[in-house]
Ligand binder design. Structure first.
Ligand SMILES: NC(=O)c1ccc[n+]([C@@H]2O[C@H](COP(=O)([O-])OP(=O)(O)OC[C@H]3O[C@@H](n4cnc5c(N)ncnc54)[C@H](OP(=O)(O)O)[C@@H]3O)[C@@H](O)[C@H]2O)c1
Length: 327
């Protein structure tokens, strides 16, 4: 199958090229890509700061949505033309892509491929970190730092659908208002001079069971203070820096857990287990309209660089997508 894809010429230049996509191997499907999701990791990869694993395509792009175009051996449950969204091992910034069948979600009728492309990375990241590592229970409180991010906006909706109370942070009043509209119970501006007092004023300081943290840095000691006894802090990003000075006593006194993960580190089996759980537990909430991706911008595939520029500017809210249909 001929495909067009985005090649990293250098950190400042992304260009459209063409080649032939190999047929799917056993356990894989080929997807005719309508839309591809843009992720922070793509920006880091373009800048040379995110090494590509040996078993992954060097082409950018970790998630796509479209229709099944070809089916490899030993794949059950998919037909040609089925609407799907999948996590891919690179190669998503393209008009067609290969995905493992067990890293693929069947899209319900209410989710088109535009919305579908915003789902795989966010759903799996939140599922693994908040629900598996964090073990969030419906009776508990979740704090989402970066509530307006692609990941954060889905995390809020997943936790609310699950029945939990959700507190979020975002940068600036406008983003806070938009995060509140996603269903968060409380949203605080992380640029406040008295953030800890703001948490105290809404009565959740020292009472948060699970924290999804993409900030790191100086938010790490803050998280220790905000966590409830037996609290779980799950680090998925370091937007405020990868180093933190911490007081260890809160870990002892409150029996805190500080953990984290990367999706690529999860491995093939871990990701497949996550997708099976998502299809069973979370996709019914998606089909019922309780979890809906928020799309910030859709950019033509050949203009992928402008999508990265928008993400790097930090002005976006929700997901940035590439339209791979017109290339
Ligand atoms: N570990 C994993 O498996 C995994 C998987 C996917 C993503 N991630 C990480 O999750 C994060 C979100 O990814 P994304 O693709 O959804 O990116 P994104 O939409 O660009 O989100 C970045 C988020 O970081 C927040 N932020 C930026 N600077 C901040 C600061 N100084 N203090 C506090 N918050 C700050 C932003 O908040 P405002 O916009 O409100 O300023 C925004 O919500 C990234 O760090 C990414 O690397 C990790």
């Amino acid at each position: 199958m001929r495909r067009q894809y985005i090649d990293i010429e250098n950190p400042d230049t992304l260009s459209l090229k063409a080649d032939t996509l190999a047929a799917p191997s056993a356990g894989e499907i080929a997807i005719r890509v309508d839309f591809a999701g843009v992720n922070r990791a793509d920006v880091l990869q373009r800048l040379g700061l995110y090494p590509v694993p040996d078993d992954a395509s060097p082409i950018l792009g970790l998630e796509v949505a479209g229709q099944v175009a070809a089916i490899g051996a030993n794949v059950e449950g998919f037909e040609i033309g089925d609407p799907v969204a999948a996590l891919v091992q690179g190669g998503g910034y393209a008009t067609s892509a290969i995905a493992r069948a067990d890293h693929t979600l069947r899209l319900p009728a209410n989710i088109d491929s535009r919305q579908g492309a915003a789902l795989p990375e966010a759903l799996l990241t939140v599922w693994h970190n908040v629900f598996t590592l964090g073990n969030l229970k419906p009776s508990e409180t979740l704090l989402v730092h970066g509530g307006g991010s692609g990941i954060g906006s889905i995390a809020i909706q997943m936790a609310k659908a699950w029945g939990a109370q959700v507190v979020a942070t975002a940068g600036g009043l406008e983003k806070c208002t938009r995060v509140q509209a996603l269903g968060a119970d409380h949203v605080l501006d992380y640029r406040s001079d008295n953030l800890i007092d703001d948490f105290k004023n809404i009565g959740v300081a020292g009472a948060i069971d699970v924290i999804l943290d993409m900030a790191g840095g100086d938010f790490t000691p803050l998280n220790f203070e905000l966590a409830a006894p037996d609290g779980r802090i799950v680090c998925i990003g370091v937007m405020r820096g990868s180093k933190a000075e911490i007081e260890l006593f809160p870990i002892l006194m409150k029996r805190l857990t500080l953990t984290g993960s990367t999706l690529r580190g999860l491995g093939m089996t871990g990701r497949a287990d996550g997708f099976a759980a998502l299809q069973r537990v979370m996709m019914p909430f998606v089909a019922a309209g309780h979890i809906e991706p928020y799309i910030d911008t859709v950019v033509p595939l050949e203009e992928a660089m402008s999508a990265h520029t928008r993400m790097q500017s930090g002005g976006h809210f929700g997901k940035i997508l590439l339209d791979c249909r017109q290339a």
